[in-house]
Design a binder for this molecule. Sequence first.
Ligand SMILES: Cc1cc2nc3c(=O)[nH]c(=O)nc-3n(C[C@H](O)[C@H](O)[C@H](O)COP(=O)(O)OP(=O)(O)OC[C@H]3O[C@@H](n4cnc5c(N)ncnc54)[C@H](O)[C@@H]3O)c2cc1C
Length: 460
Amino acid sequence: MAPLSKAGAALTALREDLTGGVFAPGDPGYDEARVVHNGMIDRRPAVIAQCVDEDDVVRAVRFGRELDLNIAVRGGGHSVAGMALNDGGLVVDLRRMHEVTVHPAAEAVRVGGGATMSHLDRATQPYKLATTGGRASTTGVGGFVLGGGTGWLDRCCGLAVDNLLGVELVTADGNRTHANADENPELFWALHGGGGNFGIATALTLKLHELPEFSLALLLYLPEFGPEVVRTYRDLISVAPVEAAGGIIYLTGPPEEFVPPHLVGTLLCGAMLTYAGGEQDLRKLAEPLLALPHEAEIVGAMPYADVQCMIDDPPGLRNYWSAEYVSQAPDDFVNVFCDRAHSMPVPSATQHVLFPQGGAIADGPHEYPVPYRDAPWAVHPFAAWEDPADDARAIQWVRDVRADVRPWSTGAVYLNFIGDEGADRVEAGLGAENARRLAVVKGQYDPDNVFRFNHNITPA
Ligand SMILES: Cc1cc2nc3c(=O)[nH]c(=O)nc-3n(C[C@H](O)[C@H](O)[C@H](O)COP(=O)(O)OP(=O)(O)OC[C@H]3O[C@@H](n4cnc5c(N)ncnc54)[C@H](O)[C@@H]3O)c2cc1C
């Protein structure tokens, strides 16, 4: 840490030089600027630099290096471990860098490093184009893509990283660089799953796919039908076209019009079948699910960008999540998965999720550091609750889900679905061999580990 006089002078200079805003403790707006999605996170950075363009990011990084501050990078602020913030360091906040430029003829889109899924989806929808995005509209594109990226389109369009065409970066030395298949290919490889370890992505270019229609079936069942619903969904998706995706989501009955009032606030088993196509084909695919006795349904065509906001959580809830990737989902597994739903904290915004993979995820390029690609199923316990008194119970429930399904686990995990679970889990999220190669890239681009508020790779 620099002497106070030097720090004060540098902060004054940053306030003058930055086109965006600078917030230090005591400044109006400071407390608002340090709020992230997970209400359990309460960190107090020394400086938050809200950048509006690449020049601002360069200035902010050089300021942080001059004062020897740790640097956290904030995109959508959705990291469950609160990796977008630090205590006593610098936060480079990219939220104002959310410009999205669609290039329809090239079927590509350039997205600002702080854009959310909603910025992306709303911009591409008028062109009937889309790319794999997360399932919540407020998730940041930067953290999502650099970490891997799964969503309703992944079985037909691949993981988000499979659609990454280029990244514009500011590196730890405060310089600009580009990475794509031709320029800095090793860095480009590392950005396919290595997260924010290598620099600040000021913009990402992604491949787009034609999406003229999108439809979905969301059916809610009484929890006692859970095992039958999961088996039906499993058997259906294993032969479905890659345009079909979705998942099983145990949840608390939401206060929505389509949910019978007596089921609001109770445990329900949801089956979501999404389809990158029209309603008629979707209905045919969903027949086995529709045939099971269900309590509520939404079935029909819907703009993709609207579906993307359907399961948005309000910000500020307390959150703890984890994940296991399983190599198969036999009936024993289904029973174990469904049993654990009954101890899920209800009512709450908690979701007990089983996502299908396969399709373009499994077929995708195998050289990237995303070793969970081959697993056919992802188990994702996602606890979200209000009352701090429920912390221990909710966290234990997530851990119990993991312990239950571990006999089927492939061992690999998607790092964006977990918090800070230690170095072994980071390695499991990257693959041991990939982790060694990534450490070399980290050593080249960030030898001092300036960017450490992430699933961290120690520089080789
Ligand atoms: C409600 C909800 C739903 C979700 N649904 C999905 C889903 O369907 N599919 C899925 O794959 N994931 C999903 N996620 C997980 C999400 O992908 C990760 O939490 C991701 O890291 C969020 O990125 P962010 O930019 O919003 O978060 P942040 O907390 O801002 O950042 C997360 C990490 O990425 C780094 N980072 C962010 N932006 C940049 C950038 N431009 N350059 C360099 N580093 C950067 C940060 O430094 C930090 O280490 C969901 C999360 C939530 C809260």
